[in-house]
Design a protein around this ligand. Structure first.
Ligand code: ARG
Length: 462
């Protein structure tokens, strides 16, 4: 018998070797190497389970577990895979054989398992860890937004609909409007983690392991919530990847919206905020430039996360049941979207922490016409229907526009002439009065915002 030239996990049934062209498209070590700590951990748990099931002796189990410890130390120290290592599982297995110096125990580890249940398990373990990391980064951004909101409770600014000035709000209210989407994102991340917490190990290639491995003790050792109920389903199930990618894509959209608000607000036309030095770049040509690149990259990253989600769903849509090699690319999409989120979240948090708010510019952008609704509300309190009030105030707005003046320049007489219920309505034209009216839960009134801040802090602490 000729020994294999490379450490391959398959090949016995082939007379010739694979084409280098197949190797090139098939090799995934460049992407999946980072699964190694999980591959090592689940392999140690697998060795223990094989021993518990009477497949390995206690001595063989100990040899494997100790050997894998040495493998982990070697990879952690920077041992690079060779060109012949097809994927992370092959790499770890080769190093285990080297660590055990040809002892037969190394060749017994793969008993009753397949890379199909192995990779699905390792990817789930990786995803569980990644969910925690992304959650922590999202929470950090929430904390920065809340801290900035605390300092801007009394600053007024326009709230926009259709990007047209709509009504005055507290700047804290606007900042907090970006905290709640992140709270929902974090709930979706937690749900994705619950989805990932089912253990495929023990499913073998597709039909289940033929050896009596105690899956329940495996589950406990690896910290999963549940074991999979169907081996065919388990090796092809990437719902957890799609769910995680959806959570990340939607969070990307939320971060893009925050970035877009800030990019606009930082333009000279708005002048509401100024970007700090730590998160601004200059221009190679125009010496005066201060560009919010981190925010633009955050906006761009959202497109990539969306692409990752679409790629995963597109892959799943075309597959028959069981494992198919297309699934190998799940990791490319998953790692990309997680890496992006872990870059974008801190960069956006840093940008927000460094912003300078120009409260005078914010206040100056609140114009009297934005209190038109408050005038109509005043009339309603005086007995008019909202419909007739809307028409009367609309006529006043038109009159002011035609005269080229602001709504509050028309004067009390002109207002009452339009409708008697407008008597005493001048006070309603003050932005502070408009905001003060809105103490409804979730509104921009000062007390409501204070309550909202407390709720936001509670949500972050959860
Ligand atoms: N590298 C593969 C992946 O990521 C491991 C599973 C290989 N399974 C197989 N039947 N060739 O999906």
């Amino acid at each position: 018998m000729t020994p294999p030239a490379t450490h391959k996990l398959w090949g016995g049934r082939f007379a010739g070797g694979p084409s280098p062209l197949l190797d090139a498209i098939n090799r995934s070590i460049g992407v999946d190497l980072r699964l190694w700590p999980h591959d090592v951990r689940l392999s140690q748990a697998w060795a223990a389970a094989l021993a518990e099931g009477g497949v390995l002796t206690a001595e063989e189990r100990d040899q494997i577990v100790a050997g894998l410890d040495r493998v982990a130390a070697r990879i952690a120290a920077g041992e690079p895979p060779t060109a012949a290592d097809e994927d992370v599982h092959t790499f770890v297995d080769r190093l285990l054989h080297e660590a055990l110096g040809g002892a037969p125990a190394a060749g017994k580890l793969h008993t009753g398992r397949s890379r199909n249940d192995q990779v699905a398990t390792a990817t789930r373990l990786w995803a569980l860890e990644a969910c925690r990391e992304v959650d922590a980064a999202a929470r950090d951004l929430q904390a920065v937004l809340v801290a900035r909101a605390e300092g801007l409770r009394h600053a007024l600014m326009p709230a926009y609909t259709h990007l047209q000035r709509a009504q005055p709000v507290s700047a804290a209210h606007w900042l907090l409007s970006h905290v709640w989407p992140l709270a929902r994102d974090r709930r979706r991340l937690a749900a994705a983690a619950r989805g990932a917490s089912t253990m495929p190990l023990g499913s073998g290639a597709v039909a289940g392991s033929a050896f009596p491995v105690p899956r329940e003790s495996l589950r406990r050792a690896l910290g999963f919530d549940a074991v999979s109920e169907n081996s065919i389903d388990a090796v092809g199930d990437r719902d957890f990847v799609a769910e995680f990618l959806f959570a990340l894509a939607l969070m990307g959209a939320h971060l893009s919206r925050l970035a877009e608000d800030l990019i606009l607000f930082g333009s000279s036309e708005f002048g509401f905020v100024r970007f700090g030095d730590g998160f601004s770049t200059g221009s190679s040509m125009m010496p005066q430039k201060r560009n919010p690149d981190a925010l633009e990259l955050a906006r761009g990253a959202a497109a990539r996360s969306l692409g990752d989600l679409v790629a995963m769903l597109g892959t799943l849509k075309g597959l028959p049941s069981g494992y198919n090699k297309d699934l190998q690319d799940d990791k490319r999409a998953l790692f990309d979207a997680v890496d992006l989120a872990l870059l974008v979240l801190p960069a956006v948090a840093g940008t927000v922490a460094e912003l300078t708010f120009d409260e005078a510019r914010l206040r100056a952008a609140v114009t009297p016409a934005m209190m038109a609704t408050d005038l109509a509300d005043h009339m309603v309190r005086g007995g008019a229907t909202f419909r007739e009030a809307h028409a009367a105030v609309g006529a006043l707005v038109r009159a002011a526009e035609e005269q080229g003046v602001e709504l509050d320049d028309l004067g009390a007489e002109r207002m009452v002439a339009e409708h008697p219920a407008l008597a005493g309505a001048e006070g309603a034209l003050a932005a502070e009065a408009s905001v003060a009216q809105r103490e409804v839960r979730g509104g921009t009134g000062p007390k409501a915002v204070l309550l909202q801040l407390e709720e936001a802090k509670r949500a972050i602490a959860e």
